[in-house]
Design a protein around this ligand. Sequence first.
Ligand code: KMH
Ligand code: ZN
Length: 301
Amino acid sequence: MAGIRSTRTRTSRVGANPPLSGTARDTIRGVTGTLISVAPTGAETPKSKAPALPVTLDELVATAKECEAAGAAVIHVHLRDANDASSLDVGYAKEVVAALHEATDLIVQLSTGGAVTDPEEARLAVLDAQPDAASLTCGTVNFGDDVFLNRPAFIAEMYTRMQERGVVPEFECFEPGHLATVERLVGKYGPPYGGHVHVDLVMGVPGAMPGNAGMVAACVAILPDGATFSATGVGRTTLPVMLAALAHGGHLRVGMEDTLTFAAGEPVRDNAQLVERAATLATLAQRPPLSPRAARELLGI
Ligand code: KMH
Ligand code: ZN
């Protein structure tokens, strides 16, 4: 079933876009390539616990360059303030978007999730920074000892503002039920900006859906028609989720937002190490990393 679905998806994407010429990374666009997103920072881990975490503008730019060289096409950005706390400051977000565009070809995707404590208005205002793309969490979810609140009306407001502002959403699903919300949003408000639905399965968050091969298969079975998906597994679910996503024709998100341990007892060196591993596995699966240019084509950016 999953194979049938991914074949259908590929056919519709290839039919919708003219073929690309260019580098080897470009020639496999939409058919056999893998979109690799890096989520280098997140909102939860303090710099003191993971010194390699990029939290300043200079650290973010350096990380972005290294991860692009290693095979990433998208960077999912959380901002930190001078005290290492989650920040949704629009002025700073604009500065970060410009700096990342200046230094790399990466698709810049700002987090609208922020931290569980961030208020709705500040999360919506992130779109004013005019990123290429932004995350859109599709439902409320238990999040460790906390609750990550995403009310239906808030999700709808975020989605329609993205349509108005020309920001491509990545539909973040922490639970299978969130996939039903993706269908409902598209059914009620029309297609997203860019015209293509790309879902990110965030798996293995304590209190949310587990990260394992069976869960990936279950989610793939209920993806909206024509959608593509990425998956990321938090903590020790990273590898099973990555391997299962590749097996199902999916794409990958990796990074220190989700994973701080590279192997048992071995802390992650830096974000590029996680991108390198994803790129190696994707290449072994005969679906090497998509270039940022090919990723733009895939996502409608
Ligand atoms: N930090 C989580 C509460 C997103 O970036 O959009 C939310 C999150 C999702 O990371
Ligand atoms: Zn995030």
